[in-house]
Design a protein around this ligand. Structure first.
Ligand SMILES: *Cc1c(COP(=O)(O)O)cnc(C)c1O
Length: 225
């Protein structure tokens, strides 16, 4: 198994090359290391290799890990968030990628107010329409944005999607393109799209945040998950 440090170098190189192909600056793209189901020691290894930002998909698991990791790290929520976990999410995460209803946004706004915080969020959109995926329907985005933009404690910065998984990463391209077009229509700046197998395509289509687990941590993710 390659070391986490080597894997990070390789991912950064591919990010750079994809950015160049798209005529973009790699500095505008954040690499989010996804550490769901991984022990804190791996997070510390990634911190030591220069990764500052981590993605978790479960609130409880994240809370425990955040308390155990000794290095300085920033945390993003990338998994489905239940309304009753809103207060925890406000406390723990700098950016919540997975806001998929006005109801959840309303709860986050309420708890952000109580915490005296402005919460940065992304709206998750199900561009592929797959029944197994979370996210707003694309045609619900405009009305959802109207409502969430009116919530004073939320700052809606952009959109997130998970493309259908397939061997052929090019098949993800139309979904990334569609997310980017949707966001541009509403002058949004952040696009969280692209995972281990398709992040280069996502960067070519405008990703500003890529969420990468397996390409950094390898089979450990499955072994421990
Ligand atoms: C697990 C996960 C990732 C990372 O997936 P890899 O294929 O391991 O890179 C990215 N985004 C979300 C929403 C995830 O749940």
């Amino acid at each position: 198994m390659d070391s986490v440090r080597e894997n990070i170098c390789r991912v950064r190189e591919k990010m750079e090359q994809a950015a160049v192909r798209a005529g973009r600056s790699a500095d505008a793209i954040t690499l989010l290391a996804v550490t769901k189901a991984l022990a804190p020691e791996w997070i510390e290894e990634a911190i030591a290799a220069g990764i500052p930002t981590f993605g978790e998909s479960k609130v409880q698991e994240a809370r425990q890990k955040i308390s155990l990791v000794s290095g300085r790290a920033r945390w993003h929520m990338i998994g489905h968030l239940q309304t009753n976990k809103a207060p925890d999410a406000i406390e723990l995460f700098e950016l919540i990628h997975s806001v998929d209803s006005v109801k959840l946004a309303g709860e986050l706004n309420k708890w952000a107010e109580r915490a005296g915080k402005t919460q940065r969020i992304l709206l998750e959109v199900n561009v592929s329409g797959e029944a197994s995926k979370f996210g707003l329907k694309p045609d619900a985005l405009e009305s959802t944005l109207e409502r969430t933009n009116a919530m004073p404690r939320l700052e809606v910065q952009g959109l997130m999607t998970v493309a259908p998984f397939g061997q052929d990463k090019q098949k993800a391209r139309p979904y990334f393109r569609q997310l980017h077009e949707l966001g541009e229509r509403f002058a949004l700046k952040e696009f969280s799209m692209g995972m281990s197998h398709d992040f280069e395509v996502a960067i070519e289509e405008g990703a500003t945040l890529v969420r990468i687990g397996t390409a950094i941590f390898g089979e450990r993710m499955k072994a421990e998950g």
